[in-house]
Design a protein around this ligand. Sequence first.
Ligand SMILES: Cc1ncc(COP(=O)(O)O)c(C=O)c1O
Length: 392
Amino acid sequence: MITPENSGARATIRALPASRIRLIANAALGRSDVLPFWFGESDQVTPEPVRAAAIEALSAGRTFYTHNLGEPALRDALADYLSTLHARPFERDSIIVTSSGISALMVTMQALLDPGQRVLIPAPTWPGLSEIPTILGAQVETVPLEPGPNGWTLNLEALLTALSADVRLLVLNSPNNPTGWVLDPAHRAPILERCRETGTWIICDDVYERLPIDSSTDCTPSFLPLISAEDRVISVNSFSKAWLMTGWRLGWIVAPRTIAADLGKLIEFNTSCAPAFVQAGALQALAEDPYQFKERRAALQARAGELLAGLKHFPGLLVPPPTGGMYVFLRIRGEQDSVATALRLIDEAGLGLAPGSAFGAAGEGWLRWCFASRPERLADGLDRFGRWLRHR
Ligand SMILES: Cc1ncc(COP(=O)(O)O)c(C=O)c1O
């Protein structure tokens, strides 16, 4: 007999929440009077040399399947890039290219998680990190990130207490989407030590590591310089944010050699391989003049400064400053329902922000503003927000 229970997806998938960012974006679809800052991407196109490299690869007929683990030339280039960035050697065989950061997370978690196993994540959190374990039948538990006048912090004691022997996986996303929290470098050793004792794997979502707000550093604190070959630590990364390549769908994994071949099997059954011409573009991105990379990042840091400076003028706001990434996560006094507030901002201010509840219960009441934008758009957004706050 056909029932609602057996005629659709399995119950876990039916219960997955639809994206609340999409809910807001769809409400404003086709409206030219709304200025959107809801998605996590720059309004700038991928740099021209990267696009040219992909076009050249296509013209040369590079349209065939590639190696499960990525083109050897790109894996070697990533090994060189990471060796320089983290001042320690990396080899090709610990690096795996994937079709996006989210696909890297999916195959990594497919490799690690059995149904019922426990996963610990600081929250608020980007939904990919909490929903993939849910899809796989694992149990997600959160430890809170706490807002303060100098930014968001993680209570190390609370995390270590929660890290019991039956926690299979700890997921750390630093810089964090949506809060801009960055891992305290002094917290790395005690977390690693505890995970060594408990046998807990760590997935570091390092997608925003090249986007510190502090201009004196090139990369936010990473576990990669600290770990040894036996450590159960996997770094997931992406070309999306730091190289303006969101639509290309290319990421990578740094993993212990013991798990690389199994990740390759899972890639075969997810996407099989990343396209050759996309990887050719990424090779060019890694060869980019470091000066250009720094210039682009300096512009993003300037936008963060402008947004924070502008928000200071408005009363009734709680704005813990981000230390990395490309978002400000803010709260308006008296506003509790973030979807309702985001919908009002669309209708009454022509401003599109992401509702905090898109990032789990811990994000409710907050709003996320992506500042990877041209300065004049950002200034316009600030004007609209200020006017709305004065008249609401
Ligand atoms: C924390 C985090 N991890 C991973 C990703 C995935 O990036 P992509 O799939 O575009 O490579 C995102 C994208 O927004 C993100 O915010």
